[in-house]
Design a binder for this molecule. Structure first.
Ligand code: HEC
Length: 79
């Protein structure tokens, strides 16, 4: 839905969550990189919401969820 403020807030929270100490599960360069890519996707989402760009936000959200899956896959394989 086109609730841009909500999208913007959620994207910001996700981005900040990835900087929290609880997020730092693995101490590897790859994990840091996955986290940074995740943050970039969240920031794109936030930017699209600020610009009230619904297509951009939809696309950025797909990217965010892809990053969720990619990092989980990485964490699973790292075990
Ligand atoms: C940079 C890596 C990374 C990204 C990106 C990431 N996660 Fe995770 N996620 C983890 C790790 C690591 C765990 C396991 C944490 C643990 O075992 O303590 C986890 C666990 C979870 C869990 C299970 C929590 C539980 O208590 O069992 C959920 C749900 C989850 N993530 C959702 C998401 C969603 C939704 C996104 C994207 C919006 C996301 N994650 C993005 C690393 C990531």
């Amino acid at each position: 839905m086109a609730d841009y403020e909500m999208i913007e807030r959620a994207a910001q929270e996700l981005s900040l969550a990835s900087l929290d100490s609880n997020w730092q599960v693995l101490q590897t360069e790859d994990y840091v990189r996955q986290s940074a890519e995740f943050r970039r996707a969240c920031d794109s989402l936030k930017k699209a919401a600020q610009e009230k760009n619904l297509d951009g936000a939809a696309l950025a959200w797909v990217d965010v969820t892809l990053k969720c899956v990619q990092c989980h896959k990485y964490v699973r394989d790292a075990d």
